[in-house]
Design a protein. Structure first.
Length: 368
């Protein structure tokens, strides 16, 4: 294998692939094609990430690069044309750029890298990158980390007609969002994808204005520009969450206020709240809203703001969860509904924008 490529292109793509790379397979598969395309593929655990770059391919071929070492070496090269040559007989990879030359030993044979299953007969759906970016910002934050219930570490990606939705929950909070995309005509599906798929997808949406999606029973594939993600759906059954979503009425205690003002107030009291299991007291009455946090060995904090209120409430909530939900709410104003201090808290935009549905649910803190 022998090809020439821009140093900056190779460095940029290796850096993208190195994020979240599997500790058990910290390598990048390099495949040079006769048509002048070089594919770089990495194993990210529950998904594969692929980046394509344009190159002058002298001789097609494939090999494995040690990801971290290759990135560190390429980053030291001048911004010039970089030559990569792999001689199978010698078992060596040579990287040359300007007057600098490095030689690497492949960590294994390219044949040892698993097939990622890109080929699919499933129809592709084209979704605006902006819509996915909005969706992930609104509902991508509530996945669990290192949970024994693997399904909670993932996200439910839903398609139906012109709508695409995302659901995440860690068992203590829930985030749901759905956006309508003109021209989208998708078959109904609900795929449980790894949380890393959503996080990686968010980082690559700036590559192009459109994202192509393929959804099958054993793969969810997203391609944006020259970057591709191939996710293996998680095992387990995603929680049935409809039953825990509060259904407020006109009499339900509620607050409507400026989203940024409430977010800032929550962030301020959260400094003290984190010393007391993230607990913050939320009280409102007759348009006056008070937030309070205290910790025996640290001190206390109070924050106040004005809003439109219905009824009165005095409840305890996790400050970080509450702040995350409010900050992620789309629009200038947010509505908080709390039927009872011991019941889940509902957070949503007010009013809900056209072609957009969003809500968050947070479990209350029950005093011991």
């Amino acid at each position: 294998m022998n090809f020439n490529v821009a140093q900056s292109d190779l460095q940029d793509r290796l850096a993208f692939l190195a994020k979240g790379i599997s500790k058990s397979r910290p390598v990048v598969l390099v495949e040079a094609h006769a048509d002048g395309r070089v594919d770089l593929t990495a194993d990210h655990g529950d998904l594969f990430a692929r980046a394509a770059i344009a190159a002058a391919v002298v001789e097609p071929g494939r090999c494995l690069l040690p990801a971290a070492t290759a990135l560190d070496i390429v980053a030291t090269f001048p911004k010039d044309t970089l030559a990569l040559r792999y001689t199978e007989a010698k078992g060596k990879i040579e990287l040359r750029c300007g007057r600098i030359r490095s030689t690497l030993t492949p960590p294994a044979l390219a044949e040892d890298f698993p097939e990622i299953g890109l080929a699919t007969e499933a129809p592709s759906y084209t979704v605006p990158s902006e819509a996915l970016q909005k969706l992930i910002a609104a509902a991508g934050y509530a996945t669990a980390h290192d949970d024994k219930r693997v399904e909670l570490t993932g996200a439910q990606l839903k398609l139906a007609g012109s709508a695409i939705g995302l659901v995440t929950t860690d068992g203590l909070r829930l985030a749901v969002a759905q956006v309508t995309c003109r021209g989208l005509k998708a078959a109904r599906s609900a795929s449980l994808v790894p949380g890393s798929f959503i996080r990686d997808l968010a980082t690559m949406l700036g590559e192009d204005k459109q994202v192509a999606l393929w959804v099958t029973a054993n793969r969810v594939i997203a391609r944006c520009g020259d970057l591709t993600l191939v996710a293996l759906p998680l095992s387990g059954t995603y929680p049935v969450y409809d039953a825990i979503v509060p259904r407020p009425t006109e009499q339900t205690p509620a607050l409507v206020c400026d989203r940024v003002t409430l977010t800032d107030a929550l962030r301020a009291v959260a400094v003290i709240a984190r010393e007391n299991e993230q607990t913050v007291a939320v009280r409102w009455s007759e348009g006056d809203v008070q937030l309070a946090a205290k910790a025996a060995e640290t001190g206390h904090a109070n924050g106040g703001l004005k809003g439109q209120t219905v009824g009165e409430i005095d409840a305890l909530v996790n400050a970080r969860f509450f702040a995350d939900a409010v900050a992620a709410t789309h629009g200038e104003r947010v509505r908080i509904s709390i039927l009872d201090p011991k019941r889940p808290i509902r957070v949503e935009p007010d009013p809900s924008p056209k072609d957009w549905q969003q809500l968050a649910v947070i479990m209350p803190v029950i005093p011991k």
